[in-house]
Design a protein around this ligand. Structure first.
Ligand SMILES: Nc1ncnc2c1ncn2[C@@H]1O[C@H](COP(=O)(O)OP(=O)(O)OP(=O)(O)O)[C@@H](O)[C@H]1O
Ligand SMILES: [Mg+2]
Length: 237
Protein backbone atom coordinates (compact mmCIF):
# COMPACT_ATOMS: atom_id res chain seq x y z
CA UNK A 1 0.00 0.00 0.00
CA UNK A 2 1.14 3.47 -0.90
CA UNK A 3 0.39 5.70 2.08
CA UNK A 4 0.81 9.43 1.59
CA UNK A 5 -0.26 12.53 3.46
CA UNK A 6 -3.40 13.70 1.68
CA UNK A 7 -4.89 16.31 4.01
CA UNK A 8 -2.78 18.83 5.83
CA UNK A 9 -3.99 21.57 8.13
CA UNK A 10 -1.85 24.35 9.50
CA UNK A 11 -2.99 26.50 12.40
CA UNK A 12 -6.64 26.07 11.53
CA UNK A 13 -9.05 27.97 13.75
CA UNK A 14 -12.72 28.74 13.45
CA UNK A 15 -15.34 30.48 15.52
CA UNK A 16 -19.07 31.03 15.12
CA UNK A 17 -20.67 34.35 15.90
CA UNK A 18 -24.22 34.44 17.15
CA UNK A 19 -25.37 37.98 17.85
CA UNK A 20 -22.60 39.53 19.91
CA UNK A 21 -21.24 36.22 21.13
CA UNK A 22 -18.16 34.83 19.43
CA UNK A 23 -17.63 31.14 20.16
CA UNK A 24 -14.20 29.72 19.27
CA UNK A 25 -14.93 26.16 18.08
CA UNK A 26 -11.73 24.98 16.37
CA UNK A 27 -8.50 26.12 17.97
CA UNK A 28 -5.21 26.06 16.13
CA UNK A 29 -5.41 22.55 14.68
CA UNK A 30 -2.34 21.11 12.94
CA UNK A 31 -3.13 17.76 11.45
CA UNK A 32 -1.89 15.38 8.77
CA UNK A 33 -4.26 12.73 7.46
CA UNK A 34 -3.18 9.81 5.28
CA UNK A 35 -4.80 7.76 2.56
CA UNK A 36 -5.18 4.00 2.87
CA UNK A 37 -6.44 4.16 6.44
CA UNK A 38 -9.60 5.02 8.29
CA UNK A 39 -9.21 7.99 10.58
CA UNK A 40 -11.83 8.37 13.26
CA UNK A 41 -12.41 11.68 15.02
CA UNK A 42 -14.10 11.29 18.38
CA UNK A 43 -15.03 13.64 21.19
CA UNK A 44 -17.96 14.84 23.26
CA UNK A 45 -20.99 16.54 21.76
CA UNK A 46 -20.18 20.13 20.86
CA UNK A 47 -16.41 19.57 20.84
CA UNK A 48 -16.14 20.63 17.17
CA UNK A 49 -16.04 17.29 15.33
CA UNK A 50 -18.55 18.16 12.59
CA UNK A 51 -17.03 21.61 12.19
CA UNK A 52 -13.58 20.08 11.74
CA UNK A 53 -14.89 17.54 9.22
CA UNK A 54 -16.60 20.35 7.28
CA UNK A 55 -13.29 22.25 7.20
CA UNK A 56 -11.27 19.19 6.11
CA UNK A 57 -13.70 18.45 3.29
CA UNK A 58 -13.98 21.99 1.97
CA UNK A 59 -17.58 22.44 3.07
CA UNK A 60 -16.56 25.23 5.43
CA UNK A 61 -13.80 27.78 5.02
CA UNK A 62 -11.91 28.21 8.30
CA UNK A 63 -11.57 31.65 9.77
CA UNK A 64 -7.79 31.30 9.78
CA UNK A 65 -5.12 28.77 8.88
CA UNK A 66 -4.49 26.64 5.81
CA UNK A 67 -6.01 23.42 4.55
CA UNK A 68 -4.20 21.57 1.80
CA UNK A 69 -5.59 18.48 0.08
CA UNK A 70 -2.99 16.79 -2.12
CA UNK A 71 -1.78 19.66 -4.31
CA UNK A 72 -4.74 21.93 -3.74
CA UNK A 73 -4.76 24.73 -1.21
CA UNK A 74 -8.46 24.68 -0.28
CA UNK A 75 -8.27 27.95 1.56
CA UNK A 76 -7.19 29.71 -1.67
CA UNK A 77 -10.16 28.50 -3.74
CA UNK A 78 -13.20 30.56 -4.61
CA UNK A 79 -16.61 29.26 -3.57
CA UNK A 80 -17.21 27.94 -7.09
CA UNK A 81 -13.77 26.27 -7.30
CA UNK A 82 -14.36 24.70 -3.90
CA UNK A 83 -17.70 23.30 -5.06
CA UNK A 84 -16.01 21.80 -8.08
CA UNK A 85 -13.23 20.39 -5.90
CA UNK A 86 -15.79 18.63 -3.71
CA UNK A 87 -17.68 17.32 -6.70
CA UNK A 88 -14.53 15.82 -8.21
CA UNK A 89 -12.82 14.56 -5.06
CA UNK A 90 -15.15 13.99 -2.14
CA UNK A 91 -17.83 11.52 -1.15
CA UNK A 92 -20.04 12.30 1.84
CA UNK A 93 -22.02 10.05 4.17
CA UNK A 94 -24.27 11.63 6.79
CA UNK A 95 -26.34 10.38 9.69
CA UNK A 96 -29.74 10.78 8.04
CA UNK A 97 -28.98 8.74 4.86
CA UNK A 98 -30.61 11.45 2.65
CA UNK A 99 -31.96 8.93 0.16
CA UNK A 100 -34.79 9.77 -2.24
CA UNK A 101 -37.84 7.84 -1.06
CA UNK A 102 -39.38 7.62 -4.53
CA UNK A 103 -36.31 5.97 -6.07
CA UNK A 104 -35.09 2.45 -5.62
CA UNK A 105 -31.59 1.72 -4.25
CA UNK A 106 -30.02 1.48 -7.71
CA UNK A 107 -31.41 4.80 -8.90
CA UNK A 108 -30.35 6.52 -5.68
CA UNK A 109 -26.78 5.42 -6.43
CA UNK A 110 -27.01 6.28 -10.15
CA UNK A 111 -28.00 9.86 -9.31
CA UNK A 112 -24.55 11.41 -8.67
CA UNK A 113 -23.30 9.96 -11.95
CA UNK A 114 -25.98 11.49 -14.12
CA UNK A 115 -26.22 14.77 -12.20
CA UNK A 116 -23.94 17.31 -13.86
CA UNK A 117 -21.99 14.73 -15.86
CA UNK A 118 -22.36 13.12 -19.24
CA UNK A 119 -21.89 9.48 -18.28
CA UNK A 120 -24.18 7.35 -20.49
CA UNK A 121 -27.09 5.83 -18.54
CA UNK A 122 -25.96 2.26 -19.26
CA UNK A 123 -22.47 2.92 -17.88
CA UNK A 124 -23.96 4.75 -14.86
CA UNK A 125 -26.13 1.73 -14.07
CA UNK A 126 -23.14 -0.59 -14.40
CA UNK A 127 -21.09 1.51 -11.99
CA UNK A 128 -23.96 1.92 -9.53
CA UNK A 129 -24.51 -1.86 -9.53
CA UNK A 130 -20.82 -2.35 -8.82
CA UNK A 131 -20.95 0.12 -5.90
CA UNK A 132 -23.99 -1.68 -4.45
CA UNK A 133 -22.08 -4.91 -4.83
CA UNK A 134 -19.15 -3.42 -2.85
CA UNK A 135 -21.47 -2.67 0.07
CA UNK A 136 -23.05 -6.14 -0.18
CA UNK A 137 -26.43 -5.00 -1.46
CA UNK A 138 -26.67 -6.45 -4.98
CA UNK A 139 -29.81 -8.28 -3.90
CA UNK A 140 -31.56 -5.07 -2.75
CA UNK A 141 -31.15 -2.98 -5.93
CA UNK A 142 -34.85 -2.68 -6.71
CA UNK A 143 -35.98 -1.99 -3.15
CA UNK A 144 -37.05 1.48 -2.07
CA UNK A 145 -35.64 3.12 1.10
CA UNK A 146 -38.84 2.36 3.04
CA UNK A 147 -38.27 -1.35 2.38
CA UNK A 148 -34.68 -1.31 3.66
CA UNK A 149 -33.33 -1.57 7.20
CA UNK A 150 -31.40 1.34 8.72
CA UNK A 151 -28.10 -0.46 8.10
CA UNK A 152 -29.03 -1.20 4.51
CA UNK A 153 -30.04 2.42 3.92
CA UNK A 154 -26.71 3.60 5.26
CA UNK A 155 -24.93 1.11 2.98
CA UNK A 156 -26.86 2.52 -0.01
CA UNK A 157 -25.72 5.99 1.11
CA UNK A 158 -22.13 4.71 1.20
CA UNK A 159 -22.52 3.19 -2.28
CA UNK A 160 -23.78 6.57 -3.50
CA UNK A 161 -20.77 8.30 -1.95
CA UNK A 162 -18.45 5.72 -3.54
CA UNK A 163 -19.90 5.50 -7.01
CA UNK A 164 -17.70 8.25 -8.44
CA UNK A 165 -14.66 6.61 -6.90
CA UNK A 166 -13.67 9.70 -4.88
CA UNK A 167 -10.18 9.72 -3.39
CA UNK A 168 -11.64 11.24 -0.20
CA UNK A 169 -14.58 9.91 1.78
CA UNK A 170 -16.06 11.82 4.72
CA UNK A 171 -18.62 10.40 7.12
CA UNK A 172 -20.32 12.37 9.90
CA UNK A 173 -21.90 10.11 12.53
CA UNK A 174 -22.50 7.35 9.97
CA UNK A 175 -23.59 4.86 12.62
CA UNK A 176 -25.53 6.93 15.12
CA UNK A 177 -28.94 5.87 13.79
CA UNK A 178 -27.91 2.20 13.73
CA UNK A 179 -27.87 -0.64 16.25
CA UNK A 180 -24.58 -2.19 17.30
CA UNK A 181 -24.49 -4.85 14.58
CA UNK A 182 -25.37 -2.53 11.70
CA UNK A 183 -23.06 0.15 13.09
CA UNK A 184 -20.16 -2.29 13.02
CA UNK A 185 -20.99 -3.43 9.49
CA UNK A 186 -20.91 0.17 8.30
CA UNK A 187 -17.69 1.05 10.07
CA UNK A 188 -16.03 -2.16 8.85
CA UNK A 189 -17.10 -1.20 5.36
CA UNK A 190 -15.52 2.27 5.64
CA UNK A 191 -12.38 0.62 6.97
CA UNK A 192 -12.38 -1.86 4.06
CA UNK A 193 -12.83 0.97 1.51
CA UNK A 194 -9.83 2.84 2.91
CA UNK A 195 -7.66 -0.27 2.61
CA UNK A 196 -8.97 -1.68 -0.68
CA UNK A 197 -9.16 1.55 -2.63
CA UNK A 198 -6.34 3.40 -0.86
CA UNK A 199 -8.82 6.20 -0.22
CA UNK A 200 -8.62 8.75 2.55
CA UNK A 201 -11.53 7.96 4.87
CA UNK A 202 -12.34 10.33 7.73
CA UNK A 203 -15.27 9.52 10.00
CA UNK A 204 -16.62 11.44 12.95
CA UNK A 205 -18.46 9.84 15.83
CA UNK A 206 -19.14 10.12 19.52
CA UNK A 207 -19.74 6.36 19.59
CA UNK A 208 -16.75 4.88 21.41
CA UNK A 209 -17.60 1.38 20.15
CA UNK A 210 -16.11 2.36 16.79
CA UNK A 211 -12.63 2.96 18.16
CA UNK A 212 -11.50 -0.64 17.72
CA UNK A 213 -12.46 -0.54 14.05
CA UNK A 214 -10.35 2.48 13.08
CA UNK A 215 -6.68 2.63 12.09
CA UNK A 216 -6.23 5.93 13.80
CA UNK A 217 -8.30 7.68 16.46
CA UNK A 218 -8.06 11.42 16.97
CA UNK A 219 -9.74 12.86 20.06
CA UNK A 220 -10.98 16.42 20.00
CA UNK A 221 -12.09 18.27 23.10
CA UNK A 222 -13.25 21.85 23.17
CA UNK A 223 -11.79 22.49 19.70
CA UNK A 224 -8.33 21.06 20.44
CA UNK A 225 -6.75 17.70 19.59
CA UNK A 226 -6.04 15.99 22.89
CA UNK A 227 -5.07 12.54 21.65
CA UNK A 228 -3.97 10.90 18.39
CA UNK A 229 -3.51 7.12 18.49
CA UNK A 230 -2.77 4.54 15.81
CA UNK A 231 -3.79 0.93 16.26
CA UNK A 232 -0.79 -0.14 14.19
CA UNK A 233 2.23 1.60 15.75
CA UNK A 234 4.53 0.42 12.96
CA UNK A 235 2.57 2.56 10.54
CA UNK A 236 2.76 5.73 12.60
CA UNK A 237 4.06 8.89 10.97
N1 LIG B 1 -23.51 27.18 12.07
C1 LIG B 1 -23.27 27.37 13.36
N2 LIG B 1 -23.54 28.57 13.95
C2 LIG B 1 -23.28 28.78 15.25
N3 LIG B 1 -22.72 27.86 16.08
C3 LIG B 1 -22.45 26.66 15.56
C4 LIG B 1 -22.69 26.35 14.17
N4 LIG B 1 -22.29 25.07 13.93
C5 LIG B 1 -21.82 24.60 15.10
N5 LIG B 1 -21.90 25.55 16.07
C6 LIG B 1 -21.44 25.40 17.46
O1 LIG B 1 -20.10 24.93 17.44
C7 LIG B 1 -19.88 23.97 18.46
C8 LIG B 1 -19.31 22.72 17.84
O2 LIG B 1 -20.30 22.15 16.98
P1 LIG B 1 -20.07 20.81 16.19
O3 LIG B 1 -21.31 20.56 15.42
O4 LIG B 1 -18.81 20.90 15.43
O5 LIG B 1 -19.93 19.76 17.38
P2 LIG B 1 -19.84 18.17 17.35
O6 LIG B 1 -18.62 17.79 18.09
O7 LIG B 1 -20.01 17.68 15.97
O8 LIG B 1 -21.11 17.78 18.25
P3 LIG B 1 -22.14 16.52 18.10
O9 LIG B 1 -21.42 15.32 18.63
O10 LIG B 1 -23.27 16.92 19.00
O11 LIG B 1 -22.54 16.41 16.67
C9 LIG B 1 -21.22 23.75 19.16
O12 LIG B 1 -21.22 24.49 20.36
C10 LIG B 1 -22.23 24.33 18.19
O13 LIG B 1 -23.32 24.89 18.86
MG1 LIG C 1 -21.54 16.59 14.97
Amino acid sequence: MNRTATILTEHVSHSFTTGKIVQPVIKNINLTIFNGEMTLIIGPSGSGKSTLLAILSGLLRPESGEVQVNDTQLTALSRHELERFRLMNCGFVFQGFNLFAAMNALNNVVLPLVYGSKIPKKEAIRRASEALDTVGLSHRKTMHPSELSGGEKQRVAIARALVKDPPLLFADEPTSALDKHNGQTVIDLLHHIAHEKDSTVVAVSHDNRLIDHADRVITIEDGCITDDIRSFPERSC
